[in-house]
Design a protein around this ligand. Sequence first.
Ligand SMILES: Nc1ncnc2c1ncn2[C@@H]1O[C@H](COP(=O)(O)OP(=O)(O)OP(=O)(O)O)[C@@H](O)[C@H]1O
Ligand SMILES: [Mg+2]
Length: 172
Amino acid sequence: MQDCAAVRSDMAEYWNIESGHEEAIMTFFDNRPVADVVLESEITEKDFVTSGRGSADVKNTLKRLGIGPEILRRVAVASYEAEINVAAHSNGGKMESSIFDDMIHLRFTDRGPGIANIEQAMVPGYSTADDLVREMGFGAGLGLPNIKKNSDALHIVSDYGKPTMVEIVIFY
Ligand SMILES: Nc1ncnc2c1ncn2[C@@H]1O[C@H](COP(=O)(O)OP(=O)(O)OP(=O)(O)O)[C@@H](O)[C@H]1O
Ligand SMILES: [Mg+2]
């Protein structure tokens, strides 16, 4: 698996944490514990045939662990949108899913070209999707708002000409 360039502290950052979860989220990100189950998969640029499989694997694993349908739905939506974004808008990357007994942490890292303005990218309807991506049925500009809506925490680190990292936390 190819390495994705490291995100750096001088890059732009976006956080959304649903109210009530601030302390648990900050404790998690401060300590970054290692999960019992970690799934990893490669995401190939403009490959809309295999992109989505990583998200499906995560959903199936959680289902086997007995996680309820509403949480499965939220994980599947957030994970799929983030996975497709790497395929649609970046030079490829990977997804890593860390499954804990009370939450899941999803991390998507890619090889650029990055997001110039994360706040703008979060606005519903904003999209830079090219013709190919639109022909595949994507590009409504609703993926990131959907991830925000379905996650307890969303953390994005990126910048113009840099890699992007998207982290999602969902409690069960
Ligand atoms: N991994 C990424 N790398 C670079 N740019 C990204 C990445 N993810 C999102 N973006 C930028 O943020 C914009 C908004 O993303 P969002 O997922 O909301 O919409 P979309 O992917 O364009 O359309 P939709 O998700 O509705 O199919 C994208 O059009 C793109 O400009
Ligand atoms: Mg999208």
